[in-house]
Design a protein around this ligand. Structure first.
Ligand SMILES: Cc1cc2nc3c(=O)[nH]c(=O)nc-3n(C[C@H](O)[C@H](O)[C@H](O)COP(=O)(O)O)c2cc1C
Length: 332
């Protein structure tokens, strides 16, 4: 593929040949994001930052930890949650599979919280049939009445919380994004307040990557935020864990729950996010291969392994439960 690039010394633009990033995922090109390895890919910086965090040991008096976590008024087996990963059902339509439903059922069996993203209301209802607790994330549609309709529908169906992925406003062409032919649009502080107050449920602002947005989300009445860049929507995005501590101190005393995601592929990664101050973490691409290959069983196996790794790290660092994480064990 020929691409415009700038010469490192002169800054002049020049044409160059660039190898396409090959996708390990099934489905149409671009449907499941692929980490390119290039510097503008924020996932690369997530990985480097996570791997640069080292952990000291506090083993004397340490015991096997309790992983239970209370969030949105319910108790779960672990602070690990299954992130919203939409569009997957179209890949397996002809095989009669619904990875989205399989993921929802896996979450129920191991008692972790499942998140659902961009799906029609009808499909969302099918996905969660017989499943456990759900957080429903609605896109920042240009049509604001559609947003309120989807939020209120989720409330009617018994979601434990609702929210919006506010980081999905820009597309890659400098305009507002268009997904599946549906236009997205800007969301003001006043809009956010309207959505928060359109339901009685806790509202989550997903895709906060600055103290500035964290404060606006808090002031709009959000009960929780997800510190995230949505698997690298913004080029050169700062790793969520890098901004997490300053966001946490800015929100101190507000009661707003702080969740995080971004390249958390193992229980060790999840541990680092929790030790940095996240109340809970979302796992997206960390379960994607398992979900697509072996469905419900694959997700259960991966999450069980991640919980074991989390427990191992908590025990090594003397953390007895999910309310007792301590950032001072981390060496940056
Ligand atoms: C295929 C795919 C679809 C996604 N769809 C949504 C969505 O509809 N709504 C949303 O809020 N996030 C969506 N996400 C973003 C994830 O919830 C998560 O924020 C992101 O992938 C970062 O976590 P990870 O690094 O563990 O994958 C999607 C992610 C993937 C990989």
């Amino acid at each position: 593929m020929t691409k415009e690039k700038t010469d490192a010394l002169s800054g002049a633009s020049m044409k160059h040949e660039e190898a396409e990033t090959t996708s390990p995922w099934p489905g149409p090109k671009g449907m499941i994001p692929v980490t390119s390895g290039r510097a503008d890919d924020a996932n690369v910086h997530n990985r480097a930052y996570l791997d640069s965090i080292l952990v000291e040991m506090r083993i004397i008096d340490a015991v096997k930890p309790d992983l239970k976590k209370q969030i949105f008024g319910q108790q779960f087996a672990s602070p690990l949650m299954l992130a919203a990963i939409s569009h997957l059902d179209t890949i397996y339509q002809d095989q009669g599979r619904s990875p989205m439903h399989e993921k929802a059922m896996a979450a129920k069996k191991i008692n972790v919280l499942n998140w659902i993203g961009m799906e029609s209301d009808e499909h969302y209802q099918e996905i969660i049939a017989g499943a456990g607790p759900t957080v429903r994330i609605v896109k920042p549609f240009a049509d604001h009445d559609e947003i309120v309709k989807e939020l209120q529908f989720a409330e009617k169906l018994g979601a434990v919380a609702v929210g919006m992925d506010i980081d999905h406003i820009p597309g890659t062409d400098g305009n507002y994004d268009v997904v599946d032919g549906i236009e997205l649009g800007p969301i003001s502080f006043e809009d956010l307040k309207r959505y928060v107050h359109s339901v009685k449920l806790p509202f989550v602002a997903k895709g906060v990557l600055s103290v500035s947005d964290a404060i606006k989300a808090r002031d709009a009445g959000a009960s929780a935020i997800v510190v995230s860049h949505h698997h690298g929507r913004i080029p050169f995005g700062v790793p969520p864990l890098k901004v997490l501590p300053e966001i946490k101190s800015a929100l101190e005393g507000s009661g707003v729950k702080i969740l995080a995601d971004g390249s958390l592929m193992s229980g060790y990664d999840a541990y680092k996010a929790l030790a940095m101050g996240a109340d809970s973490v979302l796992i997206g691409r960390g379960i994607l291969s398992e979900l697509l290959e072996t469905g419900e069983a694959g997700v259960i196996e991966k999450l069980t392994k991640m919980n074991q790794q989390l427990s191992e790290m908590m025990m090594y660092t003397g953390v007895k439960d999910t309310e007792s994480f301590n950032r001072s064990v981390l060496h940056m």
